[in-house]
Write a protein that binds this ligand. Structure first.
Ligand code: FAD
Length: 479
């Protein structure tokens, strides 16, 4: 009886009040206290065959680390997680757990809208132990191999895939250099995901940790432009890992999309997050903000763009008025449920079943309105989600002096275009052997969003881990 009650007491992580958090970019979710973490971990049924583990793309032993929390063995819990996941403090903050481990938890009620509401909050517990590890400077075992410093490996891109691969190799004593085209490291973790979801000290800690174990980072360096893959091999790199991400935004392809004050979400977020536009003029990059902001899309990128825009309205003294436009309904939105919930609490408005048709502008070339059609849902498409069908004659207009387009990202082809031997698919993604993540070029491996398109942080890391194993085997063969 007592157990039953414990299982119903879902622990909600502390959060900053919506009215306060929209005044800045500080972290929204405060995480669990020790007491809450123990209570939440104690809700775990310790299933004989824990389904949650198969729901985790890297197979963390969730059952074990939750049990260790209940025993107050936080170091043990940290190392259990670290066996599979290099960045628990990051994943604990950004993983779409409701589609992954929590979806597989037996406490998830199938068929209801917020199906995982009763599932164990595995992500908050992962964050708890990750932050504990960072605070107490717990070092994961280096496990150095005989490969030592005989080989050096080049990693292209410093997003989750690149830094995960770099860490795996460096911990085996292999010399790794990470080349990054931007002036700062972290990929989407820095230029896409805002600090109110992933504070920069959490990211900096992980990157500094890699530097401490000998990983070199070379920013402002576009591989394919500054140097080709052949040139890197000629410089003595024994293997190369490509973690190029999916950095090129897609657009709607409708009339008027080139009016001023229509941004891709990528540009908008890069200005805000990477270039600190929210601190302009202290930082030099500005970003325009409007009175009527429309954000088109339903994924994490759309939620991040909308929540940044609303904060900028607030900071600039404009009455917050930001609306997310999505062509399906909330059920089909791919964004993390927590982000949708937070966006709504913060005052973001949602308009579902809307398909933009055209942007109109003034004689100076600035956007003023969006014309759209209402939709209904038809049969499911290839993604399994019901297809939006525009309703003829349902035209309507919305005021819009700033629009942000967040309808998807695709591969950046700077490197692949100058490397014809590197096989790509029709989307420009790099083709790999799924077992080894090796590309069509011997000694060149790839993982993350450049393989198979937009995914998640943990999926990118899972691929990078697999690739790092194959890289080690490749180096051993060269011995
Ligand atoms: P990226 O993170 O894109 O990193 C690639 C890096 O490679 C970049 O830094 C790029 O500058 C660099 N690069 C590219 N080409 C070159 C070159 N030729 N030379 C040198 N460097 C190069 N996932 C989640 O799990 N949870 C979330 O909450 C979430 N939110 C998101 C929010 C936004 C706004 C976006 C855009 C994505 C989000 N995602 C989220 C998806 C997730 O961030 C990606 O799946 C993940 O970052 C992919 O990692 P990656 O290392 O493959 O690529």
């Amino acid at each position: 009886m007592e157990n039953k009650n414990i299982q119903n007491e879902v622990q909600r992580a502390g959060e900053v009040e919506a009215a306060q958090r929209i005044c800045g970019f500080d972290e929204v979710v405060l995480g669990y206290t020790e007491k809450q973490a123990i209570k939440e971990a104690a809700r775990c049924l310790q299933c004989k065959n824990p389904a949650c583990i198969s729901g985790c793309p890297v197979g963390i032993d969730i059952k074990k680390f939750l049990y260790q929390i209940t025993q107050k063995d936080y170091s043990g819990a940290y190392f259990t997680v670290r066996e599979k996941n290099n960045f628990p403090s990051i994943c604990g903050r950004v993983c779409p757990a409701e589609y992954q481990c929590r979806n597989a938890c037996v406490l998830t009620k199938k068929g209801s809208f917020y199906a995982s509401a009763n599932a164990i909050n595995i992500h908050f517990l992962e964050r708890f132990v990750g932050d504990y590890g960072a605070k107490n400077n717990l070092q994961a075992d280096k496990g150095a191999t005989a490969l030592g410093a005989k080989h050096k490996v080049a990693v292209v891109g410093s997003g989750p895939a690149g830094i995960c691969c770099a860490g795996e190799l460096a911990r085996k004593g292999i010399k790794v250099t990470v080349f990054e085209s931007l002036h700062k490291t972290g990929g989407v973790l820095r230029y896409g995901i805002p600090p109110f979801r992933l504070p920069r000290d959490v990211l900096d800690f992980e990157i500094d940790d890699l530097k401490k174990i000998g990983v070199d980072f070379i920013p402002n360096f576009i591989v394919g432009n500054a140097k080709t893959l052949d040139e890197l091999f000629a410089e003595g790199y024994s293997a190369i890992f490509l973690g190029l991400g999916a950095g090129i935004p897609s657009f709607l392809g409708i009339p008027g999309e080139n009016f001023c004050n229509i941004y891709s979400a990528n540009e908008f977020l890069t200005r805000v997050n990477l270039m600190s536009a929210y601190k302009f003029p202290e930082y030099q990059t500005p970003v325009n903000i409007g009175k009527h902001v429309l954000v088109v899309g339903g994924g994490n990128t759309a939620m991040d763009a909308a929540r940044c825009a609303l904060r900028l309205q607030k900071i600039s003294g404009i009455t917050p008025n930001t609306t997310v436009i999505y062509r399906r309904t909330e059920v089909e939105m791919p964004a993390r449920r927590l982000e949708i919930e937070h966006a709504r609490e913060e005052g973001i408005q949602f308009k579902f079943l809307v398909q933009p048709q055209e942007f109109k502008g003034d004689d100076k070339g600035f956007v003023t309105t969006m014309r759209a059609l209402e939709c209904c849902l038809g049969e499911p498409d290839a993604s399994g989600r019901r297809r939006p069908v525009a309703i003829e004659g349902s035209d309507f207009q919305m005021d819009c002096d700033l629009a942000i387009i967040a309808v998807g990202l695709k591969a950046n082809e700077i490197l692949t275009k100058v490397t014809p031997q590197l096989k790509t698919d029709k989307y420009g993604d790099v083709v790999v052997n799924q077992e080894t993540m090796e590309t069509s070029i011997k000694g060149v491996f790839a993982g993350g969003d450049i393989v198979g398109g937009e995914g998640t942080v943990i999926e990118a890391m899972g691929m990078a881990k697999k690739a790092s194993q194959a890289i080690i085997e490749h180096l051993l063969k060269q011995e």
